[in-house]
Design a protein around this ligand. Structure first.
Ligand code: NOJ
Ligand code: CA
Length: 687
């Protein structure tokens, strides 16, 4: 069977697609006789997956052309009350294929192509719960996804998953970018680059670069009602799924029959192939919310950075940041410069004292007396600016859930269209109603995060989760889940020790960002804030880099994080932030090396312009960039924001040169990037 091209694929390749909406469910009814090996190829024959049973194990392997990417790797779950299953055969195989495209309501790419082939095998195991397990593989040309369907479990039967035996066995030498999972600060860590064999327990997306020229990334899609998956190394390069357990040690509590999230492997020959893959979205269910025209991408400012700089406080008192007067000042600024939202933290009661230890004291409806919610929202409405709410829970999830409906109802009634949530709490200490301590992304929190999103949707409120369960593409199904944090963001540049080194933003696009949008909050202009002279304690980037991040790090909501006065002190540079959109027709990673540099181009949704963002690590470099993404024969005014003479994140971060020239698709741009530098370009269509 290996290498054989199923007849449906031969037919499809020779057939020019007349319509994008071709959906075929084809071929091969369950085989009459038990088989031990089934294979399938991706639509363009780039990848092949074979599944087989050997020595009581169910295994899959993945090839790209002649290269074995994943050597035989185990499949299957184990359950409480029965031994580890041994599999005897594949008792059925079904094949299907789809070649469709669908439109995102907002996103990095308006139209998404979903071109995949599918193989579902039924495994026969020797335990009651593993008696008949379907494993469905979806093969795209740039990666695969697979998930289990425990269809043989009786409806309503409660089961407890005690092990996920799924393995990934990359062949050859790989470098990995990762941090140790289960740390106190959840996913807020700097990445280190090591030999992949040194991985102990890594969060996903876990990205690898091979000596064979391949780039791989392991993650999951559609994580619903199941614990988050980490990957455990065995010292020899094989990775095994490791699920965040419940307080009692059970990994997942399910009711039969059930399907798991998709386990995904992106496979490409460049970092950009990973970043530009849309598998994550394609493996999620379509929009469940119906009309989502009320979900608005956009840019916002907020009473936020001033607190992280300790100029004002979240708690009440003389230096309280969330006063009506201060909010109105930000709203005036937002209205004047075209921002549609103002985030306000510290508006609600519960911040006084050690709030991180007393999340149960937070009220999500009662404001501090110097914050007049109705007056503020009316003030904003008159100026076309909406208040963005903030719900810091400090991990007191029960307290939040108890107020959730009432809170969202209140926000909707005053026109709050989006809420930023937060779960500042050490990663394994989230209490459930029974007092059990949960991991920040175990099944309990996966369910909680979605409950918040679904409740918010009922009131037409969008959610931006900080300290979240990692993204797995659920924005497709729940388009009001607009963004998340889930990595070390800009906040660490206010007080981190160390702050984020320059390479961090050249790693994120190929690690954290593969999961989905990130609320990084770029745009710090006062890079020497307070005369900070220790480089590792301040924002480690040039001003041009701060601008470039609006293009490099995708999010449908982007903050201009600095203080209004710092923007008003440099309006020429601020113009780029005013001009850059947050919703795109198309996105392309033009060139990159993970942790060294990245160049991204995006075209505004429904527009003719293009935007480009480039960032480098601590090394200066000169990149040659063809402009062949521009429409041939058209002229563009390139508005270039580049590192100025002598720019260097260590000694001269604010040197910025702004210039304009006319270019076409035939031109080549030289991107001279300073240490810690970057470049941001708007290509304004002239024709
Ligand atoms: C952590 C969030 O990431 C940050 O943005 C917020 O300001 C603080 N928590 C306080 O809620
Ligand atoms: Ca955070």
């Amino acid at each position: 069977m290996i290498g054989a091209v199923p007849s449906f694929q031969r037919k499809k390749r020779s057939m020019k697609l007349r319509t994008l909406a071709l959906l075929t469910a084809l071929a091969a009814p369950a085989t009459a006789q038990a088989q031990t090996r089934e294979c399938a190829q991706s639509p363009g024959k780039m990848l092949e997956v074979c599944v087989f049973v050997e020595g009581g194990q169910a295994l899959y392997e993945v090839k790209r052309g002649d290269v074995t990417v994943l050597a035989p790797s185990a499949l299957g779950l184990s359950f409480a009350g029965e031994p580890e299953a041994r599999y005897s055969a594949i008792t059925g195989a079904k094949r299907a294929a789809a070649n469709t495209s669908w439109e995102q309501p907002w996103g990095e790419q308006r139209l998404i192509r979903d071109n995949h082939s599918e193989l579902t095998v039924t495994l026969a195991g020797d335990t009651p719960l593993n008696k008949a397990v379907d494993v469905t593989f979806r093969l795209f040309d740039d990666g695969i996804g697979f998930r289990y369907d425990y269809k043989g479990i009786a409806p309503g039967q409660a089961v407890a998953v005690t092990a996920d035996r799924t393995q990934f066995h990359p062949v050859g030498d790989y470098q990995a970018w990762w941090y140790q999972g289960l740390g106190q600060e959840r996913d807020e860590y700097l990445y280190t680059q090591t030999d992949a064999r040194r991985i102990t327990l890594a969060e996903t997306p876990l990205t690898l670069k091979g000596a064979n020229g391949l780039y791989l990334s392991f993650h999951e899609a559609a994580l619903v009602d199941f614990p988050s998956m980490l990957l455990q190394g065995n010292g020899a390069g094989t990775l095994t799924a490791w699920l965040m357990p419940w307080p009692d040690g059970v990994l997942a509590k399910k009711t039969g029959p059930f399907t798991t999230p998709w386990r995904t492997v992106l496979i490409g020959t460049s970092p950009g192939a990973l970043a530009d893959s849309r598998i994550e979205l394609n493996l999620n269910e379509p929009n469940k919310l119906g009309d989502v025209s009320w979900v608005k991408p956009g840019k916002y400012v907020g009473i936020w950075w001033e607190m992280h700089l300790q100029k004002t406080t979240w708690g009440s008192g003389m230096r309280h940041g969330a006063t009506t007067a201060n909010v109105e000042r930000y709203m005036d600024f937002a209205a004047k410069y075209g921002f549609d939202g103002v985030l306000v933290e510290g508006w609600n009661q519960g911040w006084d004292g050690d709030w991180t230890a007393h999340g149960e004291q937070f009220s999500f409806t009662k404001a501090y007396p110097d914050f007049d919610l109705p007056a503020i929202t009316a003030y904003g409405k008159a100026r076309g600016v909406r208040l963005i709410g903030h719900n810091e829970t400090a991990g007191a999830v029960v307290n939040y859930e108890d107020q959730l409906d009432e809170a969202m109802k209140l926000y909707a009634s005053v026109g709050v269209g989006a809420v930023k949530t937060g779960y500042v709490k050490h990663s394994g200490t989230i209490l459930d109603r029974a007092g059990g301590q949960n991991w920040f992304a175990g099944q309990y929190m996966v369910d909680h995060n979605l409950k918040v999103v679904e409740t918010a949707a009922k009131y037409r409120v969008a959610i931006d989760t900080h300290e979240p369960v990692k993204d797995t593409g659920l924005r497709r199904t729940y388009p009001n889940w607009v963004s998340r944090e889930g990595a070390r963001g800009q906040e660490y540049n206010a007080w981190g020790n160390p702050t984020n080194p320059p390479e961090h933003v050249a790693i994120l696009p190929f690690t954290r960002m593969l999961a989905g949008p990130m609320d990084y909050t770029p745009g710090i202009f006062d890079l020497l804030e307070g005369g900070k002279d220790v480089v590792s304690r301040r924002v480690q980037s040039t001003l041009a880099t701060q601008l470039a991040l609006y293009v490099v790090l995708y999010s449908p909501i982007q903050m201009a994080a600095d203080l209004p006065e710092n923007y008003e002190a440099n309006l020429p540079a601020f113009q780029f932030i005013r001009d850059v959109p947050t919703d795109w027709e198309e996105s392309r990673t033009l060139q990159a090396e993970i942790g060294d540099y990245v160049v991204v181009a995006r075209q505004p949704r429904g527009g003719k312009d293009w935007f480009l963002g480039a960032v480098t690590d601590e090394n200066a470099r000169s990149l040659t960039q063809k402009l062949d993404f521009l429409t041939p024969g058209k002229r563009y005014e390139a508005q270039i924001y580049r590192d100025g003479a002598g720019a260097d994140y260590r000694v001269n971060p604010t040197a910025l040169a702004i210039e304009k020239r006319v270019v076409t698709s035939k031109d080549v741009l030289t991107l001279d990037l300073a240490p810690g530098g970057g470049q941001a370009v708007r290509f304004r269509a002239l024709d």
